[in-house]
Design a protein around this ligand. Sequence first.
Ligand SMILES: Cc1ncc(COP(=O)(O)O)c(C=O)c1O
Length: 362
Amino acid sequence: MNIRYELLEKTRRKSPPEKVTAFGVVRTNHMFAVDYNDGAWHDARIVPYAPLNIMPGAVCLHYGQTIFEGAKAFQHPDGNIHAWRFDLNAERMNASAKILMMPQIPEDLQMEGLMRLLDIERDWCPTEPESSMYIRPFMLGTEDCLGVKASKTFSYYIMLSPSSAYYAGGFNHAVTLLISTKYHRAVSGGTGAAKTGGNYAASLVPAEHAFQQGAGQVLYLDAGNKYLEEAGTMNHYHILEDGTIIIPPFSDSVLKSTTSMSILDLAKMGKCKARLDAIELEQFLKDIKSGKIIEAGGFGTAAVVSPVGKYILEDGSEYIVGDGGIGKYSRQIYELYSGMQVGAIPAPEGWLKKVERFEVKQ
Ligand SMILES: Cc1ncc(COP(=O)(O)O)c(C=O)c1O
């Protein structure tokens, strides 16, 4: 599809900040947009980042027919910008679209839109350690209709946010998780496998509850309070004495993390030991106490690898993992993964996509 440009006049463009100091706060000058009606996507364009023009009765505003993605691009030492595994995000966008009764958007259109946008905004890619160009694609049901049914019209956008590390302390900060038997993020048969706004709205009260108990996030269990599921906005992992990383299986109540999938791919290539395996809470706590589990944490695009030093239960009891700090296997996987992202360590073929310079016709 032809992508048209409607760029902000040069004199009205903001300049990138000297340094990024927060995650997800700064915006660049432009975004990518494309609309869907009558069964097809139309009018792909790069336009100024500005308020959206949608009707107050739009389905997305009332019934939450919205999905989104989160990905990253990095400036490499040679000055080129590279997007990290965005093909996996484009694929998951379409998996979420199915769950929310939204149309499929061709993966090559998502990729082309991103590449064009990153090209226009290449000067905004931060270079400080642990920083990145955070990529936020999203799709909205835009039909002006108050009946509860799927929208017939949609818009897809990509916006960019030059960002620093997700947690202020970066990787060197072990988090505490509250194991909640009171709140659930998702249930079997629900929308947990989709990256949709409602799942995150439902996580706000549990996150505040965790905070009140002295934890940074919630470790969610399945609805029967038996198995470990997710760690807030990350997939959970724990590590056995021999260094094997265990991730709970992907299901319809667990988001299929692109970071977890990449770790599993790296394991297939012999770069680490990792597998999917269900673990019951009772066993998990026993294994932390006995020292069979030596490290734990979360995997996700925003924080990459986020080690957990301590778990708290609803009754206030505490379980320290290892020595409560950052373990060596978590550090190894973090250094390998983030090193590949920034071009310091060679990444597997096809994991990084270089942003080309396009001819821009206004
Ligand atoms: C609920 C949830 N689980 C897991 C993840 C990690 O997924 P990814 O590695 O693709 O960022 C995220 C973040 O996107 C999330 O929101």
